[in-house]
Design a protein around this ligand. Structure first.
Ligand SMILES: Nc1ncnc2c1ncn2[C@@H]1O[C@H](COP(=O)(O)OP(=O)(O)OP(=O)(O)O)[C@@H](O)[C@H]1O
Ligand SMILES: [Mg+2]
Length: 678
């Protein structure tokens, strides 16, 4: 029952748009001098599936905190309709601790029902002693309330949800603190979902989840009765999950009425449009400046020059398109060159309980190897990485090579950052011998520019933290890197940056990744765990895929590699209901849709430009004649002098006429422009 489509730029009114849940109106928000939002607006409607996207550090998490009333804006308003309930799932929740069972922790979602349950127990006890009418009434009331809250089903619902998230029935009674980060996250996610807020906000929920859990989450969220806002850098997930994208871009909130694939196409179009609009505006500004320059000193035209100046000041400037980061040009050298063989694994056996990961497996890592370890979740990729690093117990033999210096990157590296350090100090603590200046240049490669290097780790966004931890790993001078899911948290630019950095890295590495694009750009060998063995393919990911296709009659094997599946589904597209947030793009000019007026204006503009160019030619000619008249040769020859003098007078006359035409053309153009924008 939607009423209203796009509210961008429109004056809102809750009485009219009564179905709106949250209205963000013209907000401005800054961290010190760093503006995150400037005059940004967005209206959140019921039952929307929204993907909130933007580059690392754009302000997605900040926006969710603003909506959650943790931050207040310096300008504009954030209004909620009535008592709309908002649930916010973020990574901070991971610091939650409890010795209670996970079932209990998840059930705290039903605070009210649980409190009623306790009250009912007390009343029952009282009733066993007396049959007071009043107490009986109270019991009946409370029971009613409890039933209305579906109290009898809460345990069952919680159990079903937890089991859906991958917990076994036996797990449900185990204490929360016994579980690892990823599993704790599932419990907290379950708790939030059971509360069923009208607006459910999830900040990068897929980062800690494996593929089956992501699939489960997708199914759950698709059926969720309420609005869901998700930030994620996982485009496959977004493609399947959302029907609307809101991008944090250049301090604005830009809506797109479709899923991620739709956004990509639209974005390409808008980027082109913005670049064109930017170039046109720059040309217009130059033109106006020339006019002002010329007439500023002229008494009769000073007023017009003044108003042209005012117009320029008032002009809503279009920003140039962000062209993304530059290529990294620094080579990341290593401290010492290791021996030819970095690590040999022989007769490795590893199992967790009944679950066998490796059985009599062997492998060898050579200098120069850039190995991508791929395979389905639960096959033991991270375990194998830890076996190679020597931090995981196993049966068999692991022979490290000579002079091998290993650096390990995994999710927990983010948590190991010292929150109170600034970026440079943090990088100084990783065993590298770079000077402060060199470290700043390096931070530039990792997309931290200008004042960013003075930031403290604690204020960094998720992706920014990941970039610092990755920078530390790569510049540590280690000659052998082990990278577990290094693209988690990273936006597209940062992934490109990481690919670049790894291509410039002189050492060897083994990485685990589900990101097919990333693997195809970084690996020269593919390892896959299958039949409890390490299967090696020498070549790139594309070559491996080709080889797989050729060698298997069907693609079952390819699927078991567990990489994000191609989104074969017809691209979901809803009709474009939102107009481009083209306030900036159109420079306020196309508020009026009158195409005819626009065309007339363009025609006039063209005429003005022609006049300007002939005026310039006349001026050049006049200067040439002035120079000639001032030349002694011209004076010496009377005839020559007279013709030049005549020419000079003609030109001056023409120039006066041209000037008048030019000015009136300019005025007319301005007049038309005012009419269009009125
Ligand atoms: N308390 C703070 N003080 C100063 N700057 C901050 C603070 N909190 C965040 N920032 C900065 O504001 C910017 C926006 O951060 P935010 O966490 O909202 O980004 P994000 O879009 O969620 O990025 P990511 O995709 O990496 O999660 C970042 O550059 C961050 O360093
Ligand atoms: Mg974030």
């Amino acid at each position: 029952m939607y009423k209203g489509k796009s509210f961008q730029g429109e004056k809102h009114n809750f009485a009219t748009f009564y179905v709106m849940l949250i209205a963000i109106n013209h907000i401005t928000f800054e961290f010190g001098a760093h503006a995150i939002f400037k005059d940004a607006s967005w209206h959140i409607m019921p039952n929307e599936r929204i993907g909130l996207i933007g580059i690392n550090g754009a302000g997605k998490s900040t926006l969710l905190r603003i909506i959650n009333q943790e931050y207040s804006v310096s300008e504009g308003t954030v209004e909620r309709a009535g008592d709309v309930s908002v649930g916010f799932f973020n990574q901070d929740l991971l610091s939650f601790e409890s010795d209670d069972s996970i079932l209990h922790v998840a059930m705290t979602a039903f605070e009210k029902a649980l409190a009623l349950e306790k009250e009912l127990e007390t009343i029952t006890q009282k009733l066993s002693h007396s049959q007071d009418e009043k107490i009986l009434m109270q019991y009946s009331d409370k029971l009613h309330e409890y039933e209305a809250l579906d109290g009898y089903n809460i345990q069952h619902r919680t159990e079903a949800l937890l089991e859906g998230l991958g917990f076994s029935t036996a797990d449900l009674q185990r204490p929360y603190n016994e579980f690892s980060g990823g599993w704790r996250m599932r419990v907290l996610l379950a708790r939030m979902m059971l509360q069923q807020p009208e607006v459910l906000m999830l900040d990068e929920p897929t980062n800690h989840l494996d593929l089956p859990s992501i699939e489960w989450l997708e199914r759950y969220l698709q059926r969720y009765q309420g609005t869901v806002i998700i930030t994620s850098h996982d485009r496959y997930f977004l493609d399947r999950m959302v029907t609307k994208i809101v991008e944090v871009y250049q301090q604005q909130l830009i809506p797109y009425s479709g899923n991620y694939s739709f956004y990509q196409q639209e974005k390409a179009l808008r980027t082109e449009q913005q670049q064109r609009a930017y170039e046109n505006q720059q040309e217009y500004i130059r033109q106006q400046e020339r006019f002002i320059e010329r007439f500023r000193a002229k008494a009769t035209k000073a007023a017009q020059a003044q108003s042209a100046m005012k117009r320029l000041e008032r002009l809503d400037r279009i920003e140039e398109v962000d062209s993304g980061p530059n290529k990294i040009r620094i080579r990341f050298n290593i401290g010492i060159t290791p021996g030819k063989i970095l690590c040999t694994l022989l007769d490795i056996h590893k199992q967790f309980g009944e679950h066998i990961i490796l059985d009599h497996a062997k492998a060898e890592i050579n200098r120069g190897d850039k190995i991508a370890l791929i395979g389905a979740n639960g096959k033991g990729k991270s375990t194998l990485l830890r076996v190679i690093a020597g931090t995981e117990k196993f049966q068999g033999k692991r022979i490290p090579g000579h002079n091998v210096e290993t650096s390990f990157y995994a999710q927990h590296q983010l948590e190991a950052l010292n929150l109170n350090n600034d970026l440079v100090t943090e990088l100084q603590h990783c065993g590298s011998s770079y000077t402060e200046q060199e470290l700043r240049t390096l931070l530039g490669c990792f997309l931290f520019s200008g004042d960013d290097v003075f930031k403290k780790i604690k204020v960094l966004s998720g992706g920014e933290k990941a970039r610092v931890a990755l920078a530390k790993t790569i510049i540590s001078k280690a000659n052998f890197l082990l990278l577990d899911e290094p693209t988690n948290h990273l936006d597209i630019n940062s992934v490109e940056m990481l690919i670049d950095a790894l291509n410039q890295y002189e050492g060897s590495y083994v990485l685990v990744s589900h990101d097919r694009y990333f693997v195809s750009k970084t690996a020269n060998k593919i390892w896959e765990i299958g039949d409890h063995q390490i299967k090696e393919f020498v070549g790139t990911y594309e070559e491996w895929e080709e080889w797989k296709k050729r060698n298997t009659s069907n693609n079952i094997a390819a699927k078991s590699a567990g990489l994000s599946p191609e989104n074969k589904k017809e691209k979901e597209r809803t009709p474009v209901s939102d107009t481009v947030n083209d306030k900036k793009i159109a420079n306020g000019k196309n508020k009026a849709i009158n195409k005819e007026a626009q065309r007339a204006w363009e025609k006039q503009k063209k005429r003005f430009e022609q006049l300007e160019s002939s005026l310039n030619k006349l001026k050049e000619e006049k200067s040439r004649l002035e120079a000639a008249l001032a030349h002694p040769d011209t004076y010496a020859n009377k005839e020559k002098f007279l013709t030049t003098e005549k020419e000079y007078q003609q030109i001056t006359q023409k120039l006066n006429l041209a000037n008048a035409d030019y000015e009136s053309a300019f005025e007319k153009m301005m007049q038309m422009e005012t009419e269009i924008t009125a």
